[in-house]
Design a protein around this ligand. Sequence first.
Ligand code: ASP
Length: 491
Amino acid sequence: MATRRGLALHWKILIGFALGALAGVAVDRFWTPGTWSAIGVNDPSAFLSPRGKEAFASGTGSPANEEAGVVAGSVRFLRNLNLFVGQFFFQCLRFIAVPVVFCSLIVGVSSLGDPKRLGRIGLKTLLYFASTGAIAITLGLVIANVVKPGQYVDAERRASMTAEYQSRVAESVQRTLEVPSGWQQAISVIPSNPFEALATTQMLQVIFFAMAIGLGLTMIPPERAKPVTLFFDALTDVIIKLVGIVMRLAPYAVFALVANAISGMGLNVLGALLVYSVTVVAGLGFMLFVVYPTLLRLFAGVGYARFFRAMSPAMLTAFSSSSSSATLPVTIQCANRRLGVSERITSFVCPLGATVNMDGTAMYQGIAALFIAQIYDIPLTIGGQVTIVLTALLASIGTPGIPGAGVVMLVIVLESVRVPAEGIAVILGVDRLLDMFRTVVNVAGDSTAAAFVARTEGEILTEAEVNATLEAEAAESDSTRTTGSEPGNVD
Ligand code: ASP
């Protein structure tokens, strides 16, 4: 929405995104020794220090990464600046992720009033999460069965990729060995020291702690509970304000993060795995552009344009950060202020969703499992595929909302159907890219859940009401700006 303050945030982020992608592809394709000769520098090592020359000659480093003369030094400065801007934004979001979950869940749960209401909303939320998760994996499996991406990878290519990524696979397998069994996991949701859970970002434990406090607050006399809820409510408002300020950096940060991710990707691997990558992206696209809008229209009365306009800052942040946890503050902001979902529903559904609801990851795990089975020529029966649906659903619940977590949990899905985990080596080269896409779907799924639950509780504004509120706020912040105060909303 255009405001008097110029281009709306989501357009700025979109521009940053497009330019970042272009810059990333350009660097990936052209930042080679050949580039230097193309711009008339036939001996790039002339720009380098002895250490740089050595690295360049042995092929272990590009000129820009090494100590060097003016040209390479400037390139290195730009690259570091780019990394800094992206990391700064990401770190600011991560810095508020735990407080957001903690404070907003306490407020969300305690404001739901009584445990019965909490139970009803909780059940609706979890049923919605499970249903969309199952739809996503089933769709993924159908697409992978029709396209059969595994048949496009020949044995030679498989062998070379397996050799290249062997050590990283061993690392993933090792990490899943450390994942406790289902029973242990259920118990470990209760932290033995809740403050340690906060300090070490154990999101499921933080959720448990916050929900327990929120629930406890509904059980004591209101006059005793009030100061505590007011405190956390105000703290949540402070955090939301901070997100608004951080989001001003989003267009530049999205440029930096996307350029950096794409430039380091080695897009030539994409060629070898093009059919697989396109299959995953098409499945995720179907979920994002067909399934969610249909569910929103049918069950939440929210139209296509309204949904994308409201949630695009969160989706673009998800794409560039590959982390639903880091994106959570933005998701809450957008769902509440731009989509019009009440504060108590957003502060309950979104933090829960960022941790347990990962439709994009679940779908990706389904397709990847089938793809790896296909390259190893392992036939999967209907029973095997149902097992994939169930394990991928559970694995996605256990997947933390951080970059690259989905591929680690994929080991569990593969093992459940006896497909060799080494097969992950084949897909690792494109995982970073696919992570960006699946995180968008994870975040979009959380906001559709919030809209659905809010609608069933009569707690979502109409589009006209949202616009009126945003306009009133913009007018107010314009007038406070003239008196020197700083507005911090994502509008
Ligand atoms: N990066 C994803 C997320 O944060 C998790 C994954 O790796 O699938 O939602």
